[in-house]
Ligand binder design. Structure first.
Ligand SMILES: [Zn+2]
Length: 298
């Protein structure tokens, strides 16, 4: 079997652990037991990625737990499902940052209220019109200039380019942040800020409204987040699911990521790629430390 971490075929037997045969990878150097689960996990890989998918499509941890037993015969507690969701949301969230979606130029931005730690907080979302890719999101306690700047910078970081037009609602809070992040002294590369005002604002802002509805589908049954940490990881997972796993009707069943030129689709591929990235990375950092160490001695 290929390496559980980096998927290399270059593996050799290397003793056993708790009665199970273990293998060692020649490429990434990691050891793992021979089974069909992900590294350091007990449960079958398919059951686990199905759990992630079911959770982000709106099932409660209790229902996911029941489904795993009825489909795969795997007994998994609600707490375990919750731990997987958090762990892999963060891991995959880091991995997708390394991808480069080809995003169009017309972006729509808006924010909505989300309950966290018993109070109302702001969840910011920015969507690209052509690909429906969720370019940036951000959770904050306030709706300040700093938060707006953070959200616009996040969008710039993901798209690696400026929009041609940014659509926002009618309030004036966006101007300064827009100028801070997107202003250019050259008119040709200066994006346009369009404020939707009056009756047309709702109608034209439908795209972001639908997006807010999607996040609420996930958060409503939870009656808000218990703390910032879980809010951040679940919202990261929600964005991943939206961009990379959920087929979009208006895109002929493609995901926004596919429309943006990225073929990686669904939680299985995402979890495998993210695990591989993590397995190959710390080693290079470790090697760096080793090469620096003798100098420190001198
Ligand atoms: Zn490996």
């Amino acid at each position: 079997m290929p390496c559980k971490y980096c998927l290399s075929e270059c593996v050799r037997p290397s003793g056993s652990m708790k009665g199970k045969k273990t293998l060692k990878c020649n490429d990434c150097g990691k050891r793992f037991t021979e089974s069909d689960s992900l590294p350091k996990m007990r449960v079958n890989k398919h059951a686990m990625v199905t759990a992630l998918s079911m959770y982000f499509e709106g099932l409660s941890t209790r229902k996911v737990s029941r489904q795993l037993e009825s489909i795969y015969g795997e007994k998994v507690s609600q707490v375990t499902v919750w731990k997987w969701v958090r762990k892999y949301s963060i891991l995959v969230g880091e991995y997708v940052k390394t991808l480069s979606p080809q995003i169009g130029g017309r972006w729509h931005h808006d924010e909505t209220v989300i309950r966290c730690e018993g109070q109302n907080q702001w969840f910011w979302e920015c969507i690209d019109e052509d690909t429906r890719f969720l370019v940036a999101s951000h959770l904050s306690e306030t709706r300040s200039l700093k938060d707006t700047v953070t959200q616009f910078r996040n969008a710039l970081e993901t798209a690696k380019r400026k929009p041609t037009v940014l659509y926002v609602d009618g309030s004036n809070q966006y101007d300064q942040a827009f100028n801070t992040v997107f202003w250019s002294r050259y008119k040709v590369s200066r994006p346009e800020l369009v404020k939707r005002i009056g009756i047309r604002s709702r109608e034209t802002n439908n795209m972001v409204e639908r997006l807010h509805e999607t996040v609420k589908e996930r958060t409503r049954p939870m009656r808000g987040f218990k703390n910032q940490d879980s809010a951040k990881s679940i919202l990261t997972g929600y964005v991943v699911n939206y961009n990379f796993a959920r087929p979009h009707l208006s895109l002929n069943g493609k995901t926004p990521a596919q429309q943006a030129g990225i073929e990686v689709k669904g939680w299985k591929a995402l979890v495998e790629n993210a695990t591989r990235k993590e397995a190959l990375e710390p080693q290079s950092q470790a090697q760096e430390r080793i090469s620096i160490a003798p100098l420190q001695v001198v």
